[in-house]
Design a protein. Structure first.
Length: 749
């Protein structure tokens, strides 16, 4: 189900016109949305969100995504920002600990420290060294998961086999607690915690010979509860444990002390947020894009980037907007640029917004504080670009925050950049990426899907709105790449003759992993009722080194197919069926001239399902077959994966040359106690009779009515239906030979 998106600009225009407040949408026409990504289509066949490079494969507008595995940075399309339990690591898919950047282990080098292995999908730490500086700490930095959540649970499975007695496996997560081995009790331990001094539970022993499931709950009041076991056997170890000193609540440490000798096993480290969603807090309509970064480090910035050039269609006034929600912790900051450059930096009161002002040297920049915003729910950020002036205006939730921002050195108005900085851990959720052009108009025309001739002269220049004139654009990024404007000057100087024309612009080079194919189609099958033969004609002009497919079909992927190839010698190709019935491309002797208008025409015979193809009124091939049995009745123009190129289309027409005579038929509907009978006898018959037969619930015929119908005439009559009739059968016969299949009609009792 598609998300019901209302243009942010239109909504603002309405709101500010009522309130009388300044807003860019109220200043002028809301403009034309030429690109919008709401992530409904960035899913796999099971409806699961794509991740990292797979997102770029589906939408090549993303020039790059902030996915850096070496710093736990990744991109994913998700169905909620209020995620449940997330596995930090279950050791199923990694072979060494450093493959998870959230986890670290100290003093794990050499036989005198600790050996670290991943065996049987479990982390194994063998500590043999003792003495000063031999403490080993397994640490999980959870700030990226916790974000601003005040309450959460961290779970893991623990097993420890002790080689010496009376020592501890210690855990810290704000509070400080430990399992202490009891002498002469093997791997049985007491539980103790810090509350100004160590307090021990002397009554219970816990056996770590086998895995024990541990849960540490960080409460909103900055205390910690600890549990052991799971399900019905889950038991409270201690609740309300206080913070020890300044120990972090977002770092879980498992500490194996200097004197300890033991083998410790850890598995299924899991994080679960526990804060209930506040009413009205989350107004995203899913799915959305999640950009997260879970580890810090020099040079660890994770940048995402979009390029807007293909969609601008020459516009100099445009707005790029998106919705943003953040869940991060102290130290988090993100840079956002659309030529103009701002930074959002975490504080205890929200996120400080700063404008970076170029100093004119291309080096250091000054910054200006623009306010503090919570970003705890979807918040719209919009850059209104004035490209000719070289400035941008910044809006947050519809309010102008700063006008006339100059671009930062080496940053373009045609790019959107989103960078999570080095010291940051946390998550950003983004949705409703929208590019709106203000200085081009919508394409409007009196032409409809039922118009058989279109020359585009009554179209207003600007971006084509899909559906206009019956033309439909398929596949991202088609909408922003199709427009109507004055025809280009070709090698023969015919631009004035053509006036306005439709332009398809292919701006992205694609390949098998990053396809850039898209379609423009016009279905006119509904205009071909009873057509035996029809002609479709249109003018084309092709530039660049692109390859285009032209198909005559109303549905499916086959039909009558042509290819105009600028990449391999300006070739014209068409498809035939070989002796095995497989489609085969044939290269015509005729070539076409780039940058020059030419006419394409094909004459289709609907009975033989063949077509004759003409180039500038010269017959190139005749009786071309319908491929894959796709029905005729539509024009489909498709780009191929290639380089930059343009296709111009003008003077489209579809003419029915010959219609078939109507066929004999009979039908009826029961309305109350009457049968509304309709029949037609084709002109090549001498006449016919309609037999109306009545059947009871036992399937026996109880009566019949006969009506005469003349050739070439339509019969319409109302016939009474007797009581206790379950079914009526209608027959159309001539000389006791059926002219069409019988029709059965059920009668409700």
């Amino acid at each position: 189900m598609k998300k019901p998106i209302i243009s942010f600009l239109v909504a603002l225009a309405i709101m500010f016109s009522v309130l009388g407040l300044p807003a860019y949408a109220a200043e002028e026409d809301a403009g034309i949305v030429v690109y919008q990504q709401t992530f409904d289509d960035i899913l796999n066949s099971q409806g699961v969100g794509l991740t990292d490079a797979k997102i770029k494969e589906r939408d090549t507008t993303f020039a790059m995504l902030g996915s850096r595995s070496e710093y736990g940075a990744s991109a994913a399309v998700v169905h909620t920002v209020h995620e449940g339990s997330r596995i930090i690591e279950d050791f199923d898919s990694i072979t060494s600990l450093d493959q998870n950047k959230v986890l670290t282990l100290t003093n794990n080098v050499g036989a005198d420290g600790a050996q670290c292995y991943i065996k049987d999908k479990t982390l194994e730490i063998v500590k043999t060294g003792t003495g000063t500086s031999k403490t080993v700490v397994l640490k999980a930095e959870l700030g990226g998961y916790a974000g601003s959540s005040p309450s959460y649970a961290v779970e893991l499975d623990l097993k420890t086999l002790f080689d010496n007695e009376g020592l501890t496996v210690q855990f810290t997560i704000g509070a400080d607690m430990a399992f202490r081995q009891v002498k002469e009790q093997g791997n049985k331990c007491t539980f103790e915690w810090w509350d100004g001094s160590w307090v021990k539970d002397e009554e219970n022993l816990y056996d770590l010979t086998d895995f024990q499931h541990l849960t540490f709950v960080v409460n909103a009041d900055k205390t910690v509860d600890a549990y052991i076991g799971s399900g019905a056997e889950k038991r409270l170890l201690k609740e309300g444990m206080p913070q020890r000193g300044s120990t972090s609540f977002t770092t879980l440490s498992c500490i194996m002390g200097a004197s300890l000798k033991a083998t410790t096993y850890v598995d299924n480290l899991t994080f679960t947020p526990l804060t209930e969603q506040e009413e009205g807090q989350d107004t995203f309509q899913y799915p959305v894009l999640r950009l997260e970064k879970m580890a810090k480090g020099t040079g660890s910035a994770a940048e995402s980037k979009m390029t807007l050039d293909p969609y601008l269609c020459g516009a100099k006034e445009y707005t790029y907007s998106f919705d943003l929600q953040l869940n991060a912790s102290a130290g988090y900051s993100v840079n956002i640029a659309n030529g103009a450059f701002i930074q959002l930096a975490y504080t205890d009161n929200g996120y400080d917004v700063k404008e970076y002002i170029p100093d004119g040297t291309g080096g250091a920049v000054a910054n200006e504080a623009l306010g503090t915003y919570p970003f705890d729910k979807p918040t719209n950020i919009a850059f209104r670009i004035h490209a000719d002036e070289g400035t941008a205006d910044l809006y947050i939730d519809g309010e102008m925050i700063q006008a006339g921002i100059k671009p930062r050195y080496n940053y373009r108005f045609e790019d959107w950049r989103f960078t999570i900085n080095n010291s940051s851990v946390g998550t950003a959720y983004l949705d409703n990426f929208t590019l709106t052009l203000h200085d081009v108009e919508a394409v409007t025309t009196s032409a409809t899907k039922d118009t058989a001739q279109i020359d585009f002269e009554d179209f207003t220049p600007g971006v084509l709105q899909t559906g206009t004139g019956g033309f439909v654009a398929d596949n991202t990024p088609a909408l922003g790449l199709i427009s109507v404007t004055n025809a280009p000057e070709d090698t023969e100087g015919t631009s004035a003759e053509h006036g306005k024309a439709l332009r398809m612009y292919s701006a992205i080079k694609g390949d098998s992993a990053h396809p850039s194919t898209y379609n423009l189609s016009r279905n006119y099958k509904h205009l071909l009722t009873d057509a035996l033969e029809y002609t479709t004609s249109f003018d084309l002009l092709l530039t660049g080194d692109q390859s285009y497919n032209i198909a005559e079909r109303s549905t499916g992927g086959g039909g009558f197919k042509l290819n105009f190839d600028l990449a391999q010698g300006i070739l014209i190709k068409y498809q035939i069926l070989d002796q095995e019935g497989k489609a085969e491309w044939i290269t015509a002797e005729q070539k076409f001239t780039p940058n020059t208008w030419f006419n394409v025409k094909y004459v289709v015979n609907t009975e033989t399902q063949t077509a004759d193809f003409y180039y500038n009124d010269t017959l190139i091939a005749e009786d071309l077959p319908c491929i894959s049995n796709s029905p005729f009745g539509g024009l489909v123009i498709s780009t191929n994966n290639g380089t930059v190129g343009e296709l111009w289309l003008d003077n489209f027409s579809m003419t029915v040359n010959q219609k078939a005579a109507p066929k004999s038929s009979v039908s009826g509907t029961v309305e109350g106690e009457n049968l509304q009978l309709s029949a037609y006898v084709s002109e090549d018959e001498t006449g016919a009779q309609v037999f109306v037969a009545y059947y009871n619930t036992d399937g026996r015929m109880t009566g019949a009515v006969v009506k005469d119908c003349a050739a070439g005439q339509e019969l319409k009559e109302s016939v009474s239906v007797p009581a206790d009739i379950a079914e009526i059968k209608l027959f159309l016969w001539s000389d006791l030979e059926p002219l069409c299949e019988a029709t059965a009609i059920s009668v409700s009792q």
